[in-house]
Design a protein around this ligand. Sequence first.
Ligand code: WTA
Length: 652
Amino acid sequence: MAAEPTIEALYLEDRTFPPPEEFRRNALIADAKISEEAEADWEGFWAKQARELVSWSTDFDTVLEWKLPFAKWFVGGRLNVSYNCLDRHVEAGRGDRVAYHWEGEPGDTRTITYADLHTEVGKFANVLKSLGVEKGDRVAIYMPMIPELPVAMLACARLGAPHSVVFGGFSSDALRDRINDAEAKVLITADGGNRRGSVFPLKPPADQAIAEAPSIEHVIVVARGKNDVEMVEGRDHWYHELMRDASPDCPPEPMDSEDLLYLLYTSGTTAKPKGIMHTTGGYLTQVAFTHKYVFDLHPDTDVYWCAADIGWVTGHSYIVYGPLANGATSVIYEGTPDTPNRDRLWSIVEKYRVTTLYTAPTAIRTFMKWGPQEPEQHDLSSLRLLGSVGEPINPEAWVWYWQHIGGGRCPVVDTWWQTETGAIMISPLPGVTTLKPGSATFPLPGIAAEVVDEQGNRFEKGGGYLTLTRPWPSMLRGIYRDPERYQETYWSRFAGRYFAGDGAKVDDDGYLWLLGRVDDVMNVSGHRVSTTEVESALVDHQTVAEAAVVGAKDETTGQAIIAFVTLKGGIEHDAAHGEMLREHVAAKIGRFGRPKTIIFTDDLPKTRSGKIMRRLLRDVAEGRDLGDTTTLADPAVVDEIRRRSQTSPTEE
Ligand code: WTA
């Protein structure tokens, strides 16, 4: 029986962008050979990457042991991640290469070479040792975007002590729960960090968390914010004081390929956060592979900038481990894009001659809202490649990014992956793939993805559930101390397949288009409509910067489409404008995709990592009290939207 499309494919985007000739000429991969090789023998392919990109102190004997859903990669191999990120570059005579150009929000800067980083990490690893941290102990990290954050992570990796980085914007409760779940022994934090022109305190919420986290024996505090903090005698120590006399000499601990490298908690919106486990050899192999080939890394000449926070998986894999394993030169910026002005990112690109920029659709839509005059003030001609991650990118935002940031010469790689996948899974190879704006295109070499219907039957074409059909080196090894939840969450919905929770469609040419979380799919008069496609149709209108769409209960149609729309800077709106947008959507994707109501708003509720919280918008649209708002970045936004929604007319 042929599989029936489960989510309708409505949005047609037919612009295509082949790799620019000049880009292709210098690209690391410029033909399909690597993909063919990977398809012929995917385990052999990964083994080859592991030996090429990673240094092992003991070679592995078995590539993969797979007892669904539990994988072991590169069994028998031993290695140290911090050795791979630091020592081997210094040993090869590349110690003077810049690892990080760091820029603080107030404008202070630091240039950190591989040799500097190697010394700092060795010293800090000795500091941790002196406080009793041993191989296998968990260490919690709660810090701003300062160089001591990667130093702390690498020092943990050097000792074989798994870290658990908790994003610095999280509350004390979130920190406490994560520390307790991991039973972390040491917490590394700072007095405060800089954000939007002022200092936000970190030590006070850390103190609050520790009051209910009995496993913590020591707290190390970096002086950054210079805000007043209390130090508890015997428990709390200043980083700079401990570092003063520490020896830089700390031999890296040879770790088993399957030893835990880190935990990273994903906040399930309703349930307890899940401690996603990433191990050593497979993780490093895939982050190094993807960072090298998706970003076409030329380490001697590129200046690479991933503008995410290290507290998220994107920062773990593509600010710390991938770039350092590959000996790249990166930029790290501490603050927000609008401090002191809305051109801050572009001034950083110009200053460091950034070649490769990796950011999120939410940021791109914000730049669209602010307008092209901000990037136009700067020379962005150093850029040669752009990347996107975190949400589906609307075709119009993609084209804006390509045109106004990339100057029409830089491929845009839309990279799909998750905290759980550890590294990029679906993405163009920029020297090979003909791009379609809004499509993440194809699985990378070695990766297999399929779209299936409700019953798990594969589609050749159409919309349904995105699944992964074979294990991959950087896959999560489980949920910390909860193997049943691991099995249940990811491996039970479709037999033999990993189900990521995302919808996707396959087009006539086999391209994959991500359609958002399946929990967000709307049911309008029996049509299963993806929020992403309606949002993209709205953003396609020249006046719209950003849109969030939800289905609200409706007596006639089951669900009705409610759209929250942010216009580009300076554009006024009225009822006629709403009507025009509704017609635009109807023309773009069909009448039943037309929103019933459009609510104009200056901002949308987002998580701290920039994803739109449609669940809260559903609460607003259905007139309910708000559910859990702990992950909301700016609570004032929802109050404003509520006010607006009470005064917006509903169209019949
Ligand atoms: C979404 C971030 C569409 C998706 C690395 C996924 C994307 C979730 C894309 C994981 C993309 C990420 N296109 N959707 N290129 N990248 N997503 O764990 O819903 O913070 O399941 O990892 O973000 O988010 P996470």
